[in-house]
Write a protein that binds this ligand. Sequence first.
Ligand SMILES: NC(=O)c1ccc[n+]([C@@H]2O[C@H](COP(=O)([O-])OP(=O)(O)OC[C@H]3O[C@@H](n4cnc5c(N)ncnc54)[C@H](OP(=O)(O)O)[C@@H]3O)[C@@H](O)[C@H]2O)c1
Length: 311
Amino acid sequence: MNWIAATNRYDVMQYERCGRSGVLLPKVSLGFWHNFGAEDDYSRSREIMRYAFEHGITHFDLANNYGPPYGSAEETFGRLMDDDFRPYRDEMFIATKAGYNMWPGPYGNWGSRKYLMASLDQSLRRMRLDYVDLFYSHRYDPNTPLEETLQALVDIVRSGKAFYVGISRWPLEATRFAFRYLRERDVPCLIYQGRINLLDRTPIEEGILDLCCAEGVGFISFSPLAQGLLTDRYLYGIPEGSRMSKGKFLRSEMLTDKVMSRIQQYNSEAQAEGRPLSEYALSWILRQPGVTSVLVGASSPEQLQKNLHVL
Ligand SMILES: NC(=O)c1ccc[n+]([C@@H]2O[C@H](COP(=O)([O-])OP(=O)(O)OC[C@H]3O[C@@H](n4cnc5c(N)ncnc54)[C@H](OP(=O)(O)O)[C@@H]3O)[C@@H](O)[C@H]2O)c1
């Protein structure tokens, strides 16, 4: 029997306009960087996804290289579409990206037209979709003319394979150029994806968030919990099975005494307000003018449930 999503799924979530566009995004969005690869338990991934959708999360963020191995998070997503979500496609806002090392040889990386176009075709096949709602340049490429990367984004929208485009982790001046180039071709940049959290405020300090506000471009913050550092996960050691225990993307060396004392300070401030650190950390980001959504990861529905308390 087919899964039917709860009918009260839009009761709690709040939606925010993405810049000066017609698109509303949930204040909490779900990322597929971890917990959806071929090495993860499919039934757990499915539970997380169902929980998200049934609580009003409509925006799902992927990239060609999420896994491991590369491509497998998109394959899991395709399986989820077939198993549960095909009837809900028009209620979902699905993003993918290209920019990092994906396949061998000179055409599987960075920002050439060749790479972006071929990568999106591969992503659509893995995700079993005709189009994505949002396609990103995942990183700035200093060796490819910006016009080439940006014109590829314009042409991708014109081809109907993506409805909107965004950029991620581009530096300020290149971002300014991108916003103007895309706007002049009537394919305005929908959103910028960068990292803002209590431990890393670079896009605020560099003026990226102000630029987004001024240009009417949305901003979505990835790793809002600093991969789990801004939760109770590491307050008393490194738990078995945690991202840090796996030692790949969040290494124990990152938990220096200085970082730990900042985390403890934020935890005391959270406790004084009677809320968990994760909720305190997410609500700080959502209060920054210009931030559209926080893009969380979760290794269980329970974590997502806790994170949704920020609403
Ligand atoms: N554009 C880019 O370059 C870029 C870069 C990075 C990420 N992203 C996007 O941003 C998304 C989110 O990144 P992220 O996974 O680093 O986000 P995050 O929300 O900062 O960290 C998520 C991890 O923190 C732990 N966690 C979450 N909620 C928790 C809670 N309530 N209590 C205890 N632990 C909790 C879990 O790790 P455990 O495994 O330890 O349980 C979870 O997998 C990615 O999936 C991806 O879509 C984009």
